[in-house]
Design a protein around this ligand. Structure first.
Ligand code: NAD
Ligand code: DAU
Length: 363
């Protein structure tokens, strides 16, 4: 069952969405792991993309291009100009709550954008003589599988798709397109479906960084519904390492589930953050931070539970997570405490302040 002998080589890697949370962590990871390759980062710098996430990454083998994955001409030009042999595709609209308020952007970027990348790669790589030496990796989510009830078995790679939010549906659709390019055209792909990430550079619209920030500032800690929804949490560097394993040695045409084997209800996660902050900030006027918890009306269509079986990637690619939630949360909280400038620069915009009003004040 082991496949770790494949070991693809790459020279010119296009990372899409490399100014976002996971993408920027991946650019940093790849830059360290493969200092001699060329990394081209294509990102539209939406509200979720920040060049500050890439500080310290430079040199003549790293290139940032500001642009849209839906811009077919631009995508083709990048593939040609940089002789791209490998694509690692992160770019997406990624926040479930935003997909409930404005699904259109999700259809455009996640579906049309993925199609635009696939089709241009197919054409350019064929013009260059075929797919040999080329690879397209699509980064996806466990949310495509829908929701588990309390006693259901974890998602495996063969669990039928049943997405519940417009975000999950758009990612499911993009997964299907990627898969179809393999089945129909023999186009060289892999797909990974990962659980909830957390760690440095995560935009504070998502649960963990939002709670850290609000707690530091003595603001309410909003818990949707009763807070008993369960997610599986993975430290972002572990996700980057898993993707690196898949692009090196994942079998072409296959899907790999990635997860942290750390499942907790949201309320418990929030309480853990509060407790770490009580110790890290002994002078804070907001101790115990737990008293800031507020239950707010639930997210429509809120999935109760995700749990992901990582047997395949563990067995075939010898990958497993290195950080458990206690280690990962400690590192994450320290990072946010030490990077207040980053926080100010990404949250100080009127767009973000408007988002907080739209999502929370009207709940
Ligand atoms: P993010 O929202 O932090 O970053 C998305 C990036 O994509 C941003 O830099 C944004 O500017 C860029 N982008 C958006 N639209 C674009 C477009 N049209 N053209 C070019 N760039 C565009 O997202 P993230 O949390 O880092 O997630 C990255 C990927 O991983 C997504 O595909 C997401 O579905 C997937 N994923 C995320 C998680 C998670 O917990 N965050 C878990 C599993 C899978
Ligand atoms: O499972 C992988 C997915 O994880 C990724 O595909 C998505 O891109 C990523 O955003 C994440 O989706 P979630 O919806 O699970 O993440 P979020 O941080 O938004 O919410 C985590 C849980 O916390 C969820 O059950 C909703 C809840 N929540 C969230 C926020 C923002 C709250 O209770 N209060 C909040 O204010």
């Amino acid at each position: 069952m082991k496949q770790k002998n494949l070991m693809r080589k790459f020279k010119n890697v296009l990372v899409t969405g490399g100014a976002g949370f996971i993408g920027s962590n991946f650019v940093r990871f790849l830059n360290n792991a493969e200092p001699d390759i060329q990394i081209i980062n294509l990102d539209l710098l939406t509200y979720a993309g920040h060049l500050e996430n890439l500080s310290g990454i430079n040199g003549n083998h790293y290139h940032f291009i500001h642009g849209d994955i839906c811009d077919s001409k631009l995508v083709r030009k990048i593939l040609m100009d940089y002789q791209i042999d490998t694509v690692v595709h992160f770019a997406a609209e990624s926040h479930v709550d935003r997909s409930i308020q404005d699904p259109g952007a999700f259809v455009q970027t996640n579906i049309v954008g993925t199609y635009t990348l696939l089709e241009n790669c197919r054409q350019v790589w064929n013009e260059r003589g075929g797919y040999e030496g080329n690879h397209f990796h699509h980064v996806s989510t466990d949310e495509v599988f829908g929701m588990l009830s309390k006693d259901d078995s974890p998602f495996t790679e063969t669990t039928p798709y049943a997405p519940n939010s417009p975000y999950a549906a758009s990612k499911a659709s993009s997964d299907h397109l990627v898969r179809s390019y393999f089945r129909t055209f023999g186009f060289p792909i892999t797909i990974s479906n990962c659980s909830n990430n957390y760690g440095p550079y995560q935009f504070p619209e998502k649960l963990i960084p939002l709670i850290i920030l609000n707690a530091i500032n003595g603001k309410d800690l909003p818990i949707y519904g009763d807070g008993q929804q369960i997610r599986d949490w993975l430290y972002v560097e572990d996700h980057c390492d898993a993707i690196y394993s898949v692009i090196q040695a994942g079998k072409t045409g296959e899907t790999y589930n990635i997860g942290g084997e750390n499942q907790f209800p949201n309320l418990e996660i929030v309480k853990k953050i509060c407790s770490i902050l009580d110790h890290a900030l002994p002078e804070s006027p907001y101790i115990p931070h737990e008293k800031l918890i507020r239950f707010v009306p639930d997210r429509p269509g809120h999935d109760l539970r995700y749990d992901i079986d990582i047997t395949k990637i563990r067995t075939c690619l010898e990958w497993q997570p290195s950080n458990d939630l206690a280690q990962g949360l400690e590192k994450t909280i320290q990072w946010y405490l030490q990077n207040r400038e980053w926080i100010e620069s990404v949250t100080g915009t009127s767009a973000f302040q408007n988002w907080l009003v739209t999502n929370y004040d009207k709940r």
